[in-house]
Design a protein around this ligand. Sequence first.
Ligand code: AMP
Length: 189
Amino acid sequence: MNSNDDDLPEQTPADYIKRHIRTVPDWPSPGIQFRDITPLLSSPRVFRVLIDQFVHRYFDLRPSAIAGLDARGFIIGSVLAYELNVGFVPIRKKGKLPFTTVEETYELEYGSATVEIHTDAVRAGDRVLLIDDLIATGGTMMAGMRLLERLGATVIEGAAIVDLPELAGSARLRAAGLAVHTLVSFEGH
Ligand code: AMP
C-alpha cells in the first residue's frame, strides 16, 4: 500500500477511519485504552469520509430526528442531522438541560451516571437515530434508548463510530431489540 494517508482508493473507508483514531493508553485511568476521535475531526478529508459513511446509510433509512449522546455524539450527530435535513436533539448528562426533563440512571464500573432529555425533544411516533462516538458496555446508549422510548419515539438504530465488542455492549443492545451499526471495532477495553 502507498504510505500516503490520503491515498483513499487503496483502502476501505473503515480502514481509513480506523487509522485516524488515536489510542491513548491508561487514560483516564489505568487499564483503559482511550479511543480518541479528535484526529478524525481535525482532518477535513477524514471528517468528510466519516460523515459520508453515516449519510449514505441513513439517507435511505430516513430517521425523522437524530439524538446525540453527550458529548461526542453531539459532534457527529448534529452534522449528520444537518446533512439529512432532520432535527437534532441532545441527550445530556444530568443537570445541563434547562427545561423539563426525564432522566435515566445506569450503572458504571464504579458508581452510576444519569442522562436527561427535554420532554418536548421528540414526539410519539418519531423514528429516531441514536448516535455516539463509541459503544463500550452499552450502558449510555441503552439509557438513551429508554429515554426516547419513554417519550413515545421509536429508536430505529443505535450508531457509533467505534465498537468494543469484548465489552459486549453492542451485543447487549441488540439483545434488547436495538439494531446497532458501527464503522470500526477495536479489541480490548
Ligand atoms: P458505555 O456506556 O460503557 O458503552 O460507554 C460509552 C461512552 O463512554 C461513550 O460516550 C464513549 O465516549 C465513552 N467511552 C467509554 N469507553 C471509552 C474508550 N475506551 N475510549 C473512548 N471513549 C470511551
